[in-house]
Write a protein that binds this ligand. Structure first.
Ligand code: PEP
Ligand code: CO
Length: 455
């Protein structure tokens, strides 16, 4: 019988079975030996996450699918090898904790926190090449593959970057675990998550009110004789990692068999998703994710059809397991009311207990007059309003939001309560790929989402 690389019969899933399918968005690695070396190195390194964590996240997402919790998935569009420090990790975590506490307090739902972090190093591109002044080079595909400088050497895919990405992911995850389990996420520190440039803004003051009310509630509970020290949930939190499973050599090398259950786990992150450009039913990415037990997501753009979505559900969640599959729609404002209902209806009728999430960023990107790729805060909110309205009308649970943000005071997206205008974009536009919400805009969005959840 014909066999795959690992000696398993062809047609059966294995960590390398994706290799016999068309794999979109993969770099053309110029040095085959270097790629083999990087894969061997990664395969020998310790896992970043373990099976029991992936299962715990699945059960938290199962609660989301039942309407008992809300998912906040947020972080960089693309993590950078250069902008990598304790401060950037801490500030991103601060924003997510602020958003989560705002949602929990204002809407009364537990929030499952998942970062686009510790592995979000690769980007799908609309064109495989970039042309500037008549010069054509390979597109920048994220620091896991090449460098963004417009230079032939920088743009050459370099497989040693796969290993560098692993080490940065490991260091990032280590600090996240320390912060979230070691006291930084303690609810008594809610004021400390409010960064200076946020605290002085209208959103920051609104947040301070919530923080003060939380203090008061904690004092009240203590006065009633509740032992707050013993309440673990007040002192630490779960913060899960996720990224787009794009570069399959990296994902395969980090996929391990759980010794207890025999299940395959992609140990590069807790949650993995397949993007709008790589979700082909018979493609390599869907094949790969179909065989790992991690909770997985699929991005769905405005052209996704009922049949495609149903087939993806059947392929990625044949067992109809709550928490296994998250559908992340990124449709664009003005189109949600027409596009989303048939998809929800089809999935519901087929009995797939998916988590529905809105990514209100990727369908609302445009280029400003001064040449910056940007998004309007009001368009982002508009897509969310339409999306919540559809779920309300159909009686389904609006399970979560997926956003690109940073803890820094950047000027990449337009608008917000302290509005960024087109002329500001030049000031602090530091993203390597898509425009991100800054910490103030992120907090602003959390208040809007909390209101939508409440109504
Ligand atoms: C992304 O999430 O950064 C991305 C590229 O999204 P999509 O696949 O939805 O375009
Ligand atoms: Co993006």
């Amino acid at each position: 019988m014909p066999a795959n690389r690992s000696g398993e019969p062809l047609g059966e899933w294995h960590t390398s079975s994706w290799r016999s399918r068309p794999a979109a968005q993969q770099p053309d690695w110029p040095d085959a030996a270097a790629l083999k070396d990087a894969e061997a190195t990664l395969a020998a390194l310790p896992p970043l996450v373990i099976a029991s964590e992936a299962r715990r996240l699945t059960s938290s997402l199962a609660a989301v699918s039942r309407g008992e919790a809300f998912l906040l998935q947020a972080g960089d569009c693309a993590e950078s090898f250069r902008e990598f420090s304790a401060d950037t990790i801490r500030d991103k975590l601060k924003v997510v904790l602020q958003m989560a506490v705002t949602l929990t307090y204002a809407a009364g739902v537990p929030v499952v926190k998942v970062g686009r972090i510790a592995g979000q190093f690769a980007k799908p591109r609309t064109s495989p090449v970039e042309r500037v002044d008549g010069v054509e080079l390979e597109a920048f595909r994220g620091h896991m593959v090449n460098d963004e400088a417009f230079d032939p050497v920088a743009r050459r895919p370099d497989a040693s970057r796969l290993v560098a990405a692993y080490h940065q992911a490991a260091a990032t995850l280590n600090l996240l675990r320390a912060f979230t389990k070691g006291g930084f996420a303690d609810l008594s520190l809610v004021h400390r998550w409010n960064q200076e440039f946020v605290a002085s803004s209208a959103e920051g003051r609104r947040y301070e009110q919530i923080a003060t009310e939380i203090d008061r509630a904690l004092r009240f509970m203590a006065a009633c004789g509740i032992d707050l020290v013993a309440e673990e949930g007040l002192h630490e939190t779960d913060f899960w990692t996720s990224h787009e499973a794009l570069i399959l050599h990296y994902e395969e090398a980090l996929t391990r068999r759980d010794s207890l259950s025999g299940d395959w786990v992609d140990t590069s992150a807790h949650f993995l998703w397949v993007g709008e450009r790589t979700r082909q039913l018979d493609g390599a990415h869907v094949e790969f994710l179909s065989g790992v037990i991690n909770p997985v997501g699929v991005k769905l753009g405005p052209s996704a059809t009922r049949d495609e979505v149903l087939a993806l559900c059947e392929r990625l969640d044949p067992g109809r397991s709550p928490g296994r599959l998250t559908l992340i729609t990124r449709i664009g404002k003005g189109k949600v009311a027409d596009t989303l209902p048939p998809l929800i209806e089809a999935v519901r009728d087929a009995g797939h207990p998916v988590v529905w999430v809105s990514d209100p960023m990727h369908g609302n990107t445009f280029t400003s007059e001064n040449g910056h790729k940007t998004r309007r805060f009001e368009d982002i909110v508009a897509e969310l309003q339409e999306w919540f309205a559809v779920h309300r009308a159909m009686g389904t649970w609006p399970g979560g939001v997926h956003v690109e943000l940073t803890g820094d005071d950047v000027t990449e997206c337009l608008g917000g309560a302290e509005a960024v205008v087109e002329d500001d974009l030049d000031q602090r536009y530091t993203t390597m790929c898509d425009p991100r919400l800054n910490a103030r805009q992120s907090l602003d969005l959390a208040f809007d989402v909390a209101e939508l959840l409440r109504s």
